[in-house]
Ligand binder design. Structure first.
Ligand code: GLA
Length: 725
């Protein structure tokens, strides 16, 4: 068992492959946090609770009148509001008397093999029960009877722990859940740096790294999606941490709506992180007998730097988050018509697309936005999911038949949660969009958001999608989401439940995605939100890949893909070669190969030479598929540290194959260029496939390759392919 309760010291010990996590039951049944870090043996760690000597302004606890204990300075396992801990609160309930004073104390616990799913929500799953153990701790607020169960799962093969909280109302009075974080971790000291992923449309997930300061630092979303602007990921790292060295605590929330991650360094120089649903705009009314589940938090620890932290996330998500028949299967090589045609296409254009695509070796045509209603631009028809026969003159099945006849699979685009004011569905049901009585409705991209918290509304949309998917031979769906939520309220819900709408909305989305993946298990679902505006583990539970960004310029893509790779595996990043002009096809391919590869251009417009080049690229795509998709990623030179060139490497699990890619973004000052590789077997001899030269793994990792005379120039790139003898 990776989880044990040590009776003598009343300590819980959670041992993962690379970490130990310890907390215990203290006087007065407080749950006190002791330790999270590299593995340590079983020993008494209770003195780790001592933080600074507190001052007279730190309240004593009447039920734990022991020396040096105050809820205000003690590291607490799950902090609550209003009873002496003035730092960040992980949990607060507004009780039936109208105050928010909350105090959770230990009641009981159980430890078992395996892991339960969260009803109606995405969460990590097990392939077999032996992969993980779970600890459930029931806590209670005596004065109100509110119950919260803290649930921890330890993954035996990874340095990963997941956490979530279940709240129950066993009383006879309703209450509001005001704040519910999924994870709360107290760190000793303040000498850490915080790392997060920020961005905007076409510039997603750049890396921000900064020393913690006294006070609170936060990343959040209030957009009704995880958003382009901040990702529900952060790492707390020791100062000076590199790709290869240093303590890294990675946190990621399996949630696709409003999240918040707060980190507070208090005046006594202790640090607390809380991560969960953003309390801003959230308030959940819990009637007697009801229960509520928080989303799942994933925590990864390693003392081997950011690279290893990422690889733990990648392996964990590849095995225990991504599901369905496409989990490990080779994904079809697709061409998407969006950048090639926009909405200006018809039957013949797409059939011609398909013929050209087949000629160059592609496997699937994805018809993007513009095939339904009267959709010629982004001003109409969202919600009218009926084929635009003035464009697809032989209907959808006529088109798919011809595409299939030329040997390609077929994929289709939807934006199910959206509605255009100029649509039949809106004219019929103007109340179906999110709106607040008496206020203007904000509009974005000429569209409103459908109230997915309402069952009958999402049933209707799903029904239309189901009709199309069940009566046609469709292998792929791109599920888009092109604006954020405003005027969030729901006419169907009573006033005490208006604080639930954001969360109910995302539960509605999850329910529809779940239905789609169950009704059509063969369909490859790719998520998208104006590119990567909903790139989070919640979405990855339903769709094994997500369109990483609308920006397909290969040089711009570098920061986006490097940033995304901090937490998310290669196979999850949709990456396409487009007609963007900044670099040649060689570099476009080299960058797009680092992801779920495809094309996004008009093949009719390619010259004969370009077609031949792309055909050659496709052969390389097949050749490198396994090492890229199933191998381990090493970031060798990142664009966040080097303004001139970047390099990354994929190494197969057995260390017999490695593919290194180098891209020169602009001409560097230093012409001399040595590159040390990583993750190889020092004992093995590797053959460089182009030159036939042989190098030991030890040489490649310690001396490095001398790449001074390799192709250079702005936007140039090359690959080094190594196979062990
Ligand atoms: C979003 C997506 C694009 C494309 C368009 C269609 O911006 O990110 O890939 O599907 O919508 O409107």
């Amino acid at each position: 068992m990776s989880i044990r309760f040590i009776e003598q010291t009343k300590t819980f010990k959670l041992d993962s492959k690379t970490s130990t996590y310890m907390f215990g039951i203290f006087e007065g049944n407080y749950l006190v946090h002791y330790y999270y870090g590299a593995p340590i043996p079983d020993e008494d760690v209770t003195e780790l609770r001592f933080r600074p000597n507190f001052a007279s302004f730190c309240p004593d606890s009447p039920t734990a009148m022991v020396q040096n204990f105050s809820p205000d300075v003690t590291p607490l396992e799950y902090s609550t509001f209003g009873t002496g801990d003035f730092r960040l609160s992980a949990f607060a309930v507004e009780n039936s008397d109208g105050n928010k004073v909350t105090d959770l104390r230990y009641v009981s616990h159980k430890i078992y093999k395996g892991k339960e799913p969260i009803p109606g929500m995405p969460s990590l799953y097990l392939n077999n029960e032996d992969e993980a153990d779970t600890l459930e701790i029931v806590t209670e607020d005596k004065a109100t009877g509110v119950r919260a169960t803290l649930i921890y799962t330890v993954f035996n093969d990874y340095g990963a722990i997941t956490r979530r909280v279940k709240v129950e109302n066993p009383t006879d009075k309703p209450f509001y859940i005001d704040t519910i974080h999924s994870a709360c971790v107290d760190f000793p000291g303040k000498d850490y740096e915080m790392l997060d992923l920020y961005g905007r449309w076409v510039k997603e997930r750049a890396l921000e790294r900064y020393p913690l300061h006294r006070g609170i630092q936060s990343i959040k979303s209030k957009r009704g999606s995880s958003s382009h602007n901040h990702n529900p990921f952060t790492a707390i790292i020791s100062k000076g941490t590199t790709e290869d060295y240093g303590d890294c605590y990675g946190f990621n929330l399996v949630y696709s709506s409003n999240f918040s991650i707060d980190v507070e360094v208090d005046a006594f120089a202790s640090t607390r992180l809380v991560m969960g649903i953003n309390p801003d705009g959230f308030k959940w009314y819990l009637e007697p007998g009801e229960e509520f589940y928080s989303p799942e938090a994933v925590m990864v620890y390693t003392n081997q730097g950011l690279g290893e932290m990422s690889r733990i996330f990648h392996r964990l998500y590849g095995n225990n988050l991504i599901r369905g028949q496409w989990k490990k299967a080779k994904r079809p090589l697709l061409i998407n018509n969006w950048e090639g045609t926009g909405m200006d296409f018809d039957h013949d254009k797409l059939v011609s697309f398909a013929h050209h695509a087949k000629d160059i070796g592609l496997e699937m045509l994805v018809m993007d936005d513009g095939w339904f209603g009267k959709r010629d631009d982004d001003k109409s028809s969202l919600g009218d999911w009926k084929v635009a026969e003035y464009k697809l003159q032989k209907g959808l099945s006529g088109l798919i038949k011809e595409v299939n006849n030329c040997g390609l699979k077929f994929g289709i685009w939807f934006e199910p949660e959206m509605i255009s004011p100029d649509s039949d569905i809106y004219r019929e049901h103007p109340d179906w969009c999110l709106h607040t009585e008496g206020r203007d409705k904000s509009i974005a991209r000429t569209q409103y958001v459908i109230d997915y918290s309402r069952k009958e509304v999402r049933e209707h949309i799903y029904g239309m999608m189901h009709d199309i998917l069940s009566s046609n031979n469709i292998d792929y769906v791109k599920w888009d989401f092109n604006r954020n939520l405003t005027e969030v309220s729901c006419a169907q819900l009573p006033k005490e439940r208006q604080g639930e709408v954001f969360h109910r909305f995302v539960l509605g989305t999850y329910e529809s995605m779940d239905r789609l993946t169950k009704d059509f298990p063969h369909i490859l679902l790719e998520n998208c939100s104006g590119g990567g505006g909903r790139f989070d583990p919640g979405m990855l539970y339903y769709s094994p890949q997500i369109w990483t960004s609308d920006n397909t310029d290969p040089i711009e893509r570098l920061t986006i893909q490097f940033g995304t790779s901090l937490c998310y595996p290669t196979s999850t990043m949709g990456a396409h070669v487009s007609a963007s002009r900044r670099a040649g096809y060689e570099t476009k391919m080299n960058v797009a190969l680092w992801g779920s590869f495809g094309y996004e251009l008009d093949p009719d417009k390619l010259t004969a030479e370009e077609k031949a080049e792309i055909t050659a690229q496709i052969a390389l795509y097949h050749k490198y598929y396994d090492v890229i998709h199933y191998g381990d990623l090493y970031r060798l030179i990142t664009p966040f540290e080097d303004a001139f060139r970047v390099a990354w490497e994929h190494v197969s699990e057995d260390k017999n194959e490695a593919l290194v890619t180098v891209v020169q973004m602009r001409h560097p000052y230093d012409e001399f260029f040595m590159l040390k590789l990583k993750g190889l077997d020092p004992e093995k001899v590797y053959v460089e496939q182009e030159s036939g030269k042989k190098y030991s793994g030890a040489y490649l990792m310690n001396a490095g390759l001398n790449l001074t005379y390799k192709p250079n120039g702005d936007g140039a790139s090359f690959r080094i392919h190594l196979i062990a003898e």
